[in-house]
Design a binder for this molecule. Structure first.
Ligand code: PMP
Length: 418
């Protein structure tokens, strides 16, 4: 349309104010759908990079936020006590922690994912008195220098210069075929000649989102956890993307039966896509002094309201079961595509509603996503070479929406390969 063309021209003259990946102007969104200024509909298989697990503009969250604003509730309140904050914390304990027999102190580290990672690294170093942190190949933990230092992607790291010292990258599960990565890590720890000091912590994602939807096996996670216990190393699980139900359970590590020392949550914890992060710390490691880790935007009451409302999904098992069902449909569809298009040399990756289709040919995954966008499906790539089509639909998507998105994907692949 003319309006759209005009806006593009205006945008081109501005500095990076437009998105190359999604060349339109969006206007509305509800549930798993978005609409642009031409009223074209898009199915969402991206969910705000995992920040919209409960979909766009949930009615109840909207209503409660609007009521709160109308009643002049505090919007910004640093770390002051407010009703939304208190109610979120109480609900989180009641609905999430207690039924899972987990005992954590909840800390508000700042507004985003990278803030929770920074706070986790900092407290792990403080309580152990050690400097080194082990992270993994293909890890992604955020873009501030501490988080970046445990992020494996060399493109994202090197532009910012050399990251912090005392970070060591080790092979993630299945990084080298048929190798026991845990024996390898332990060899480094035992060997005085390895140059690797006993670390304060090991930080990991159970499913690496940005790194290509690589799911660690549950037994592998259990072994890492045991190794941490043997060496008295703190285990930090970065559940910023894999948490909040993305893999089928509230915490991604639940089926592995582990109990990490520190857990990082952000993205969908804020319910409706508002910035929010929490760091869960075992009580014995909660050694912060007053003011030792602060930040202006730790008390977003609208996020607390939406976050509390989101927890109602976890009051019964139904939500979890429905995610499992849809994950099965998604997995079957990915396997069917791999069979139908052997030239993709595709591989299925991931777990729950956090799955990927890895494609051998350089650039092809991106081309398919661009074609899918034209056809009304928002889907992104991940992986070190953007070689993985990443499926991250809102968890509330229904089977109809899921199948519709998958059909667009299939047509896009057919078109690109033709
Ligand atoms: N950890 C993980 C696992 C992530 O996926 C991300 C974001 N993609 C982050 C940390 C950083 O979060 P944020 O972008 O909100 O700082």
């Amino acid at each position: 349309s003319n309006a759209k063309m005009k806006t593009f021209e205006e945008m081109e003259s501005a500095v990076r104010s437009y998105s190359r990946g999604w060349p339109t102007i969006f206007e509305k969104a509800k549930g798993y759908k978005l609409w642009d200024i031409d009223e074209k509909e898009y199915i969402d298989f991206f969910a705000g990079a995992g920040a919209l697990n409960y979909g766009h503009n949930n009615d109840m969250m909207q209503e409660k936020m609007i009521d709160y604003i109308r009643n002049d509730g505090l919007i910004h309140s640093l770390d002051m006590g407010t009703t939304p904050r208190k109610e979120f914390l109480e609900r989180f304990k009641e609905v999430i922690l207690t039924p899972r027999k987990l005992d954590y102190k909840v800390m508000f580290p700042g507004p985003t994912g990278t803030n929770t990672v920074e706070s986790a690294l900092k407290i792990a170093r403080k309580v152990t008195g050690r400097d080194t942190v082990i992270s993994f190949t293909n890890a992604f933990h955020g873009m501030t220098i501490g988080s970046l230092s445990v992020t494996a992607n060399s493109f994202k790291r090197h532009g910012a210069g050399i990251p912090l010292h005392h970070t060591v990258s080790m092979p993630f599960d299945d990084y080298v075929e048929d190798q026991d990565e845990i024996a390898y890590i332990e060899k480094f720890l035992e060997d005085n000649g390895s140059g690797v000091a006993l670390p304060a912590a090991i930080i990991l994602e159970t499913v690496q989102g940005e790194g290509g939807m690589n799911a660690a096996r549950l037994e592998w996670l259990k072994k890492i956890d045991n190794m941490c216990k043997r060496w008295d190393i703190l285990l930090i699980v970065d559940d910023v993307q894999a948490g909040c139900g993305r893999t089928g359970t509230f915490f991604s590590f639940e089926p592995a039966g582990i109990n990490p020392d520190i857990v990082c949550l952000s993205k969908s914890i804020g319910g409706i896509g508002l910035p929010m992060a929490i760091t869960l710390i075992k009580p014995e490691y909660d050694k912060w002094g007053p003011g030792e880790h602060n930040g202006t935007f730790r008390g977003n009451n609208l996020a607390f309201i939406a976050a509390r409302e989101a927890l109602t999904n976890w009051e019964t098992d139904d939500f979890s079961k429905a995610i499992g069902q849809k994950a099965g449909i998604l997995n079957d569809a990915i396997e069917a595509i791999i069979k139908k298009y052997p030239e993709l040399n595709g591989k299925a990756r991931g777990r729950g509603l956090m799955q990927g289709l890895a494609i051998d040919t350089y650039g092809l995954a991106g081309e398919i996503c661009a074609e899918a966008f034209e056809r009304g499906l928002i889907v992104e790539t991940s992986g070190p070479n953007d070689e993985v089509i990443k499926f991250l639909p809102p968890l509330i998507i229904d089977e109809k929406g899921l199948n519709k998105g998958l059909k667009i994907l299939d047509e896009s692949i057919k078109h690109v390969l033709a």
